[in-house]
Design a protein around this ligand. Sequence first.
Ligand SMILES: [Zn+2]
Length: 420
Amino acid sequence: MTNKDVKFCTRCLYSNKHALGITFNGEGVCSGCQIHDEKNQLDWKFRLEKLKKIVRPYKSKTRKNYDCIVPVTGANDSYYIVHLVKNILGLNPLLVNYNKYFNTPIGISNLANLRIKFDLDIIFKNVNMRSVKKITKYSLLEYQNIYWHILAGHTVFPLEVSIKHKVPLIIWGAHQGLEQVGMFSHKHEIEMTRRYRHDHDLFGTEADQLIKLENELKEEDIFQYRYPDDSTINSLGVRGIYLGNYFRWDPTNQHQMMIKKYGYKSAKLPRTFDTYDHIDCFNYMNLHDYLKISKCGYSKVTDHVCREIRHKRITREQGINLIKHYENIKIENLDIFAKWLDVDSNSLNFVLNRSKNEEFWQETDINKFEFKGPSSYFPKLSEVNKNEINYNLDMDFVSTNKIDLKQSTRKYILFGKGIE
Ligand SMILES: [Zn+2]
């Protein structure tokens, strides 16, 4: 990739290389920034009233069933979503959680506290670990991805519960395609689709495609991840709506509110300044993020920076320095992952090297790569005082806890017991 191939938004720091696809207007402003502007233009009171009308028919009249299903984790807006569903919309949700197995103590603690503070029913799905490991090993080797089972499980389990309990309404937080790249307007009121899950969450790979002659995966390993068929979905009228279309979505503010109101815990992660997202997982901001920059040419910190620029909490100049700083930070916990998956470090290194996309990495020697991704073409800006950046971020992003890496607790919490 050369300087000529890359085009940056004139407002945020996304480029035309964004994995979800991005477009630019005549002034060079990206589709994500244009849709973000709607947040300051829409009549949110009107939109809330509209949402109340949408959910009203789903309220159980006899109170003998739940009003809706809400997928939750020990991080990622879960508290705010449940707060809106229970306290603002007045619904009685059934919470569902898919066990991702890479759980941090803080994620388990957040999930336990969520159940206690909101006092709601919750169902957990623990797919047997043998199948999860087989899937993870295969998706890592074949697609350089360790998150397939998590995204597949997190998106299919709510539907399973919805169908089983005959609760047709599923409520999600914000839509990633809308928030990041403006794939839709808020006014389109986009709903959950099989198609988006297939194309983006599962990078085009459905459960059935995992079974191959050359691997050990069998029907009993993958059936848990198969999306229900259309006739089942349609006969019950299952629909999944996104709260981001009806509330002005601002994850940073929301998390800060949840810390104060409900004791949500936050923590410093190695490869980003955001202390609220993804703190429930040992791998998301480590190996998973490393694979993201290897394949897509940018890391999660770019997503966080662009969001903060759009909300006018940091400048573009600060964003450039933040991305350059965090993108290069070494990943941690690889040894725990290798042990859990029972792979040796040579195989893991082989996969890491193989994950380097030629478009963004140039091999300069055997297994030595030079980064040529978008951030290496950032416009040259005047030096910003790095201390000032760190100071500002420490002020804004609260860490209530540490991801505890003491030897005794430095392992995945496989099944959460609701411990403090
Ligand atoms: Zn932009």
